[in-house]
Design a protein around this ligand. Structure first.
Ligand SMILES: C[S@@+](CC[C@H](N)C(=O)[O-])C[C@H]1O[C@@H](n2cnc3c(N)ncnc32)[C@H](O)[C@@H]1O
Length: 224
């Protein structure tokens, strides 16, 4: 099953299940949003890559009601759920597209963000290529922060990370159905966090930082 099919299948129960497989999911999203130092009523331009059911965009709208947000996702099913969830908010544009080859406008966004989506680009070069294109798409001083899966710097630590997460998933739900939602590392080895930080710096991002980390997942990014 490829990623697109998997997301089509999991879309209807996504919001209920994600908190059972990602410890501190809500805190992770909070950490991602807290980083943006805008006045709450500013008219900022935001791009949410792999918006899924729109939870992140909803939280941004609650904090920055005047923001204009572009929600991008390659899954029609996810975009439809996001449209439903975000029905009451204005200035949200929905685009069904693949961010791996989307032609972003240059110098356009105050913020580009993404949660649990970019790891779906399997190769390191694809991720680096996306980071370069996002850098161009940002306005000067714009923020690029992501919440995503990362690997440890040693095998020993990776075993520890995997044990912690597997125990969390087992404790929360032994149901086969929930286990299917897991992002299996066997078919997608996530880059080490320390390497991704170097990639960000090489692309040109400054003030690169890690603002949240819990074993397998982290929130990190920088500014143009
Ligand atoms: C695990 S969900 C995360 C959804 C949401 N950001 C959240 O944190 O709840 C990943 C989302 O990324 C989307 N996605 C994965 N690869 C993508 C790509 N190359 N282009 C656009 N969307 C993609 C999937 O369709 C899915 O909706």
């Amino acid at each position: 099953m490829d990623a697109k099919e998997r997301f089509r299948e999991i879309a209807p129960n996504y919001d209920k299940e994600i908190v059972k497989i990602i410890p501190y999911y809500k805190q992770m999203i909070e950490a991602l949003i807290n980083i943006f130092t805008f006045n709450n009523y500013e008219y900022i331009n935001i791009l949410d890559l792999g918006c899924g059911t729109g939870s992140l965009t909803q939280k941004i709208k609650e904090k920055f009601p005047n923001s204009r947000i572009t929600c991008m996702d390659s899954s029609k099913e996810m975009i439809n759920l996001a449209k439903k969830k975000l029905w009451d908010y204005d200035n949200i544009k929905f685009i069904i597209a693949d961010f791996s080859d989307f032609n972003f406008n240059n110098d356009c966004y105050d913020v580009v963000l993404s949660s649990l989506a970019i790891h779906n680009l399997i190769g390191d070069e694809d991720k680096k290529n996306l980071y370069r294109r996002i850098y161009k798409a940002l306005k000067k001083n714009g923020f690029f922060y992501i919440a995503d899966f990362v690997s440890a710097s040693s095998r020993h630590n990776q075993r520890l990370y995997d044990d912690v997460i597997n125990n969390f998933v087992k404790k929360n739900s032994m149901k086969e159905k929930t286990l299917k939602y897991r992002i299996h590392r066997e078919d997608n080895v996530h880059p080490k966090l320390v390497d991704q930080i170097k990639w960000f710096e090489k692309v040109g991002f400054r003030e690169v930082d890690i603002v949240f980390k819990y074993y397998t997942h982290a929130v990190f990014g920088g500014r143009k």
